[in-house]
Design a protein around this ligand. Structure first.
Ligand SMILES: Cc1cc2nc3c(=O)[nH]c(=O)nc-3n(C[C@H](O)[C@H](O)[C@H](O)COP(=O)(O)OP(=O)(O)OC[C@H]3O[C@@H](n4cnc5c(N)ncnc54)[C@H](O)[C@@H]3O)c2cc1C
Ligand code: FES
Ligand code: FES
Length: 1317
């Protein structure tokens, strides 16, 4: 092949079909090619940076050298198309479909209820599929490893793992619930209904898989590879075959990067806007893929991806004696933690070393292990040691730009040599380390003296760095307490950790360096003991935290014996579109095909937190290729603002901006890439206004609030304080949370070009809000605007207010250009612009008796609302309404204020303030327990509502089910015996502690504004007997459509298969309200039921005429008799209200209750922890669908676990959100799943206030994730006891490793302790 003016032709296969591309732009990724060119939209875009796994596909390549085919999973979003010559790609569409046959992986994930919103599902399927192609009988560990890089925001992972583990052959996997309902010993398995029946699953049949295309084998075997050149709009890529040619190319273009895995370069191109006119792809240069053994060690080619390096090292470990493989084993351990499977399958050793990332996990251990690299350039070969001189700064090494690293020498270890690696990261897996280290010690003969020692750290500054002075302190001395104690003293001063260190956490970083040296010491001592070099020293064995996933239990009640088999209500029915989600056929907004002339809209946002806009210069942007127009506020024909709680919010800022990320204008272009490039070319000049406010504290100081501030009070708080035994004051901060729905905000507006009619497809939880807002913005009647929502890839409250604004802006663009316009936010934009959960500062004063009774509490809650009011007033109100959580505090006062700051405005988020306020209350209770030195669960029990009760807003209720949940949870979790076991463990372990907690929730369901509780539905019966249902709820993974099908099936006495729920549309069902407040099923279920009952009654005459007839016969007869078979249904819903002046009302028709017990094990040296076991007992009334409800409980719990223990938003000092993607913002992944995760639905619970006696469950159990927070707190308290600290202490949420480690107050973290006190 020779390069023409437009470059060479690329040849590869997708799902068995040959693709030949003549014009390949090196900037095109496989993902955009699949989605936009081939219209294979099953592969999803979630982040674009390799961090979420939604885009996972399988790549297969033929290796002529050993005539084998290798399969590996990759992130299509990072894979340049031009790297794919000769490869075969398999996407989710290629392995199965509902039209042909579904693949067992698709079936099992779907039927095990592992797909809720489904946006992550194709990626999960492809990761698992690839694993099975390589390993048909994987272990559970293989499965969790394969899914490391696949995020799911809905399910909590347990059902995905359970579906996948049905492929395992392990003993424990065959008792699975299906299922995992192994049941506890005392229970009879026959009594226990299962979530799924694995005996029905299709067997895996590898003969059915797509074969590797013989044409590609032939091509690889016969044609001699030639240099390929691909030319794009801005970038050319040359892919040589011979090393000499590579050297020549690099010599003439020293600045051209070598593109290997593209996991460093790709994110730079995409997120930093880096452009290299020439890139060189050496992936076909064979010298980079050689392994050569020598007497010193093994030379490994730098072209190998990290997963292959791992396999090579594993093999070498089997081949050589242990003594020689110390370094190999330490490397294997670190490699296990680098990125995800998909990343390790492409990221190369050469790319890793040359990226010179200061947080690299491999460079410290390679350097400590005395590795060196062999390089080539036009000057010839040379060997360069990988030592402290090698790494200069981020991205810079001592190598000259034209040098190519060909291989790395990994030496054998010598007798008397010990090598270890440690790391601590914000998440156990797929997260860059905060501190990472490689340590090596070589003892002289007899282990008496340290002959050599080498300690390198990552995360201590701008480069991988050696602890030179510390090493000097240790060398030539015996390895004993005195040497080590001096080493700590030197190490604590050796690195400078200024507060401005990138990534922050200065004190934590310092303490980690010490902790790791201490851990190394323990390991060395263990080894010396094993070798009988030392005796009489007891060394604590710091085993890694437990990680083996256990069997989980999901218990729910059978339907009553009398219920007809046809009636699906109360049964574990799979999500109605789970299968099509697993096959990639399910359509999300951005999967809709591009229409003729369609334009893409990209937003331009403010880069100042508080400033006057002086000028918006769009001239450069307009000159760029493909750009059509720029939309500003002046283009809006109708209302330019949206009003919330009496405050106007501009959709496009005109004169002033009040946060970084506020939308100023938007660029329209022919493609996404063009629109995005042009958006960054818009120049806005500003004049800064008064100092911005970012924190709650600053807002309080400057009295910056959105009014009204609310207050709720019962009893006489002041008087009560006078009479109590003890008074304590405390505070807790709870950080915000990003929704991180897997599908980012997406909108497509189609002008119908007649009478100003617009069709809007939006990822919106509230289609009516979109419709009304767009009509007002365009100044047209609402009857010209229809909003359609098929499904959302998760929402969690985040696709309401912000989506409305985005839809309005996109509609203005469509209105102005008369073209279809699409706007899909990048993950980073979405996180920057759309806000999240309100951060909270809670301060409290509590008065209590020595016996634990709390008699008075005065609580003040401030939320950080951001720059616009959004729903912040309602959040503050809901906070106050849940001030009591589960406790009867006779004198209780709460005040809540929404602080107005210069951060992007926060919005609704699952739980709507309740998780935050409940956490404040539980912290207050915890403080009481710690003050009295009494078990906190006892303080909870003493103060819990009992008997007929009155809330603090004067509503009567019975807490009976709350108490039942509490008792059952205690019993199911073996709370009392585990308390003893935990205490015993803590006595026996100094550096590891366990903690246990049990936490209740009482959650008010529905909107406290009665008007929002109404709902409507339309049910049409067609002549063939099929039924189409449209209702006001949107399907976002919560299973509302499935539940509605169940309702219709019961009401019309027909199988669910006859019922189809199309899209949610304002055309079919008008004037609906947002799907939120855990009220979707209650509201829409009643409306659907109402419509069905109308229809069923209308059919009564024909049924009477033909009682033995079939459904179809009655429907035909009805048509003949001119009976209308279309009916609307309506439900007023509860008339909830709250009178804030009188401080009373009836805000909620009922409560959902839950109790959760969690146990954690903590590594006090690093702050790392693992949730060992979680037991939840939830009162969902009579569950309408236990699998959906359990899915909601688990998913919400995991989201709560993220909120309270790991998800941390970070802002720059000038108010810019730093955490704008999965690499900076960590949501729970598979590795965070409690090892044993058990859900129990309270039996025999009834609820007269909702459909079929069920209860809303979407939000309540999110707060139960805090049981992990409080279990951590319990463990930290045990750690503090070791250093003589007792009583209440401060631990803010999220309890990150940093906070935990510092709160443990180990000798290594003492500096910080002083500050905390
Ligand atoms: C989502 C994600 C998670 C990650 N997690 C971790 C983690 O937990 N720990 C960790 O340590 N790292 C992590 N990484 C970083 C990852 O290990 C590196 O990005 C990767 O190893 C770089 O290799 P590459 O082949 O993709 O390099 P590329 O991006 O292809 O190239 C990177 C640089 O190396 C140069 N280069 C490549 N090969 C050579 C060569 N042979 N000679 C000279 N120069 C060369 C290129 O010119 C380029 O400048 C993560 C990355 C991502 C995207
Ligand atoms: S979209 Fe590729 S990993 Fe997120
Ligand atoms: S089902 Fe996994 S993200 Fe929604």
């Amino acid at each position: 092949m020779s390069a023409g003016a437009t470059g060479d032709t690329l040849c590869f296969f997708v799902n068995g079909k040959k693709v030949t591309e003549k014009h390949v732009d090196p900037e095109t990724t496989l993902l955009s090619f699949l989605r936009e060119k081939l219209r294979l939209t099953g592969t999803k875009y979630g982040c674009g940076g390799g961090g979420c796994g939604a885009c996972t596909v399988m790549v297969s390549r033929y290796r002529p050298a050993n005539k084998s085919i290798c399969h590996y999973s990759v992130n299509a979003c990072l894979l340049p198309l031009c790297q794919l010559h000769g490869a075969a790609i398999t996407t989710v569409e290629g392995i199965g479909s509902t039209k042909t046959r579904i693949h067992p992986v698709q079936e099992r994930i779907a039927k095990a209820h592992g797909s809720q919103c489904g946006f992550c599902t194709p990626g999960m399927v492809m990761s698992m599929y690839t694993l099975l192609r390589n390993n048909p009988q994987p272990s559970l560990e293989d499965i969790t490893q394969a899914l490391t890089g696949n995020l799911c925001r809905c399910t909590g992972y347990r059902p995905i793992i359970d579906g996948c583990r049905t492929f395992c052959q392990e003993a424990n996997c065959c008792q699975l619930n299906g299922g995992t309902n192994s049941g506890s010993k005392e229970e009879n398995p026959e009594e226990t209904p299962l979530l799924f029946d694995k005996s029905q699953f299709l067997p895996i049949d590898h003969t059915q898989e797509l074969i590797f295309p013989p044409e590609l084998i032939l091509m690889a075997e016969t044609s001699s590879p030639q240099t390929l050149t691909f030319r794009g709009e801005r970038v050319t890529c040359v892919s040589p075959v011979l090393l000499e040619e590579l050297v020549q190319l690099k010599t003439s273009n020293p600045e051209a990067p070598l593109i290997m895995g593209n996991t460093k370069l790709g994110p730079d191109f995409k997120f930093k806007g880096v452009v290299h006119p020439l890139i060189i792809s050496p992936i076909r240069v064979l010298e980079l893929f050689e392994v050569t053994e020598t007497t010193h060690g093994v030379w490994v080619g730098t072209g190998f991806p990290l997963s292959e390096i791992w396999a090579i090292l594993k093999k070498l470990c089997r081949q050589f004696p242990e003594e020689k493989t110390e370094l190999f084993r330490a490397l294997i351990q670190q490699l296990r933690n680098v990125g995800s499977q998909q990343i390790c399958n492409v990221a190369t050793l050469g790319g890793h070393i040359m990226s010179a990332n200061p947080n690299s996990d491999l460079n410290p251990i390679l350097a400590a292990g005395n590795c060196s690299v062999s390089t080539i350039s036009s000057g010839g070969w040379r060997e360069v040691p990988l030592n402290q001189e090698f790494f200069l700064s981020f991205g810079k090494t001592v190598l000259r730009p034209e040098e190519i690293v060909v291989s790395v020498l990994i030496p054998f270890s010598r007798k008397g040599e010990l090598v270890r690696a440690f790391r601590q990261a914000p998440r156990k897996e797929c997260a860059f380390a905060t501190i990472t280290t490689g340590m090596r010690v070589l003892f002289s003969e007899g282990f008496r003296v340290v002959e050599d020692v080498s300690i390198y750290f990552g995360g201590v500054g701008p480069k991988t760095a050696k602890a030179v002075q510390t090493c000097a302190t240790i060398v030539a001395r015996p390895w004993n307490a005195e040497t080590l104690s001096q080493a700590y003293e030197v190490l604590v001063k050796e690195f400078d950790f200024p507060p401005s260190i990138p990534g922050g956490k200065a004190e934590f970083r310092r303490s980690l360096t010490l902790s790791f040296l201490f851990k190394f010491n323990l390991e060395v001592l263990q080894s010396l003991r094993k070798m009988n070099v030392i005796e009489n020293i007891v060394v604590e064995n710091m085993e890694p935290l437990p990680g083996e996933i256990q069997l989980s239990q999901q218990h729910f009640q059978h339907v009553s014996k009398g219920q007809s088999d046809q009636d699906p209500v109360g049964r574990a029915i799979i999500h109605s579109s789970a299968i099509s989600q697993a096959t990639g056929e399910a359509i999300y907004c951005d999967d809709l095909p591009k229409t003729d002339g369609e334009l893409f809209l990209s937003l331009v946002t403010s880069s100042r937190a508080h400033a006057k806009i002086i000028n918006v210069d769009v001239s450069d942007a307009l000159l760029l290729p493909g750009v059509v127009d720029v939309i500003t506020a002046k283009d809006i024909p109708g209302k330019k603002t949206r009003m919330f709680s009496g405050y106007d919010e501009e959709m496009l800022a005109q004169t002033q901006v009040s946060c970084i990320g506020q939308i100023v204008c938007a660029v329209l272009a022919d493609t996404r890439a063009h629109a995005r490039r042009a958006a960054s070319a818009v120049n806005i000049s500003y004049e800064d206004l008064s100092e911005p406010i970012f924190t709650i504290e600053d807002a309080i100081k400057r009295s910056s609030y959105f009014e009204p501030r609310r207050k709720l009070e019962r009893g006489n708080v002041e008087e009560a304080f006078k009479s109590v035994d003890l008074v304590h004051e405390g505070a807790i901060r709870i950080g915000g949370q990003e929704h991180f729905y897997m599908e980012t905000q997406s909108i497509l507006v189609l002008p119908v070009r007649e009478q100003a009619e617009f069709k809007i497809y939006a990822s919106s939880q509230s289609p009516t809000s979109v419709q009304i807002a767009v009509s007002e913005t365009l100044a047209i009647p609402a009857n010209r605007v229809s909003c359609h929502v098929k499904r959302l890839g998760g929402a969690f409250g985040g696709k309401f207010v912000k989506t409305v604004i985005l839809a309005c802006i996109t509609s203005v663009a469509a209105w102005k250009t008369n073209c279809a316009v699409r706007c899909v936010l990048e993950r980073g934009e979405d996180m920057l612009i759309t806000g999240g959960r309100h951060p909270v500062l809670g301060k409290y004063k509590v008065g209590f008796q020595k016996d634990g009774r709390i008699l008075a509490a005065d609580i003040q809650i401030w939320t950080n609302a951001g720059n616009a009011v959004d729903v912040s007033i309602f959040v503050a109100e809901k906070i106050l309404l849940h001030l009591d959580n589960a406790y009867n505090i006779p004198n209780l006062r709460g005040r809540a204020a929404a602080c107005r700051t210069n951060l992007p405005s926060n919005t609704s988020f699952r739980g709507f303030g309740v998780p935050q306020v409940a956490c404040v209350i539980e912290n207050l209770i915890s403080d009481v327990g710690l003050t009295l030195q009494r078990p906190v669960d006892q303080v909870r029990e003493i103060n819990m509502y009992k008997g007929p009760s009155l809330t603090h807003y004067k509503v009567e209720f019975s807490p009976e089910n709350l108490l039942r949940c509490w008792d059952e949870c205690k019993a199911k979790s073996d709370f009392c015996s585990r308390r003893i076991a935990v205490d015993t463990f803590n006595e026996q372990n100094r550096w590891k502690k366990r903690g246990l907690s049990i936490i209740p929730i009482k959650y008010g369901i529905a909107f406290s504004e009665g008007v929002m509780n109404q709902s409507a539905a339309l049910v049409n019966i067609y002549q063939d007997g099929s039924v189409l249902v449209t209702h006001g709820g949107t399907e976002m993974g919560q299973g509302v459509h499935t539940k509605m099908q169940q309702v219709v099936s019961r009401e019309l006495h027909i199988p669910m298969s006859k019922v189809y729920i199309g899209e949610t549309s304002t055309n079919a069902v008008p004037n609906t309200f947002i799907s939120a407040a855990s009220f979707g099923t209650d509201a829409n279920g009643m409306a659907v039921k109402n419509a069905c009952q109308t229809l069923y009654q209308r059919l009564e005459p024909v049924r009477q005429k033909n009682p033995k007839g079939t459904w179809e016969s009655w429907v035909s007869a009805a048509v003949m008799e001119k009976i209308s078979l279309s009916a609307t249904g309506f439900s007023r819903g509860p008339d909830s209200y709250i009178d804030w002046d009188k401080m009373e009302g009836q805000p909620f028709p009922y409560f959902t209750y839950g109790v959760c017990c969690s146990e954690v094990e903590l590594d006090c040296l690093t702050g790392d922890y693992r949730t060992m076991r979680t037991n939840i007992v939830a009162d969902v009334g009579q569950s309408l669908n236990p699998s959906v409800d359990i899915g909601q409980i688990e998913g919400a719990f995991m989201q709560g676990l993220g909120l309270f223990t790991m998800e941390e938003l970070k802002f720059s000092p000038c108010g810019l959100l730093y955490t704008r993607g999965p690499s900076q913002y960590k949501i729970p992944a598979v590795c965070d799943l409690p090892l044993s995760f058990n859900i129990h639905l309270l039996s025999d619970s009834n609820n007269p206030h909702a459909i079929y006696s069920s209860k809303g469950i979407g939000e309540p159990t999110l707060f139960l994730g805090s049981s992990v927070f409080f279990a951590i707190k319990d463990a930290v308290a045990a750690a503090r006891k070791e250093v003589g600290l007792s009583g209440p202490f401060s631990l803010d949420s999220p309890a990150t490793a940093e906070r935990i480690c510092l709160a443990c107050a180990s000798p290594f973290a003492q500096n910080q302790e002083k500050e905390m006190g």
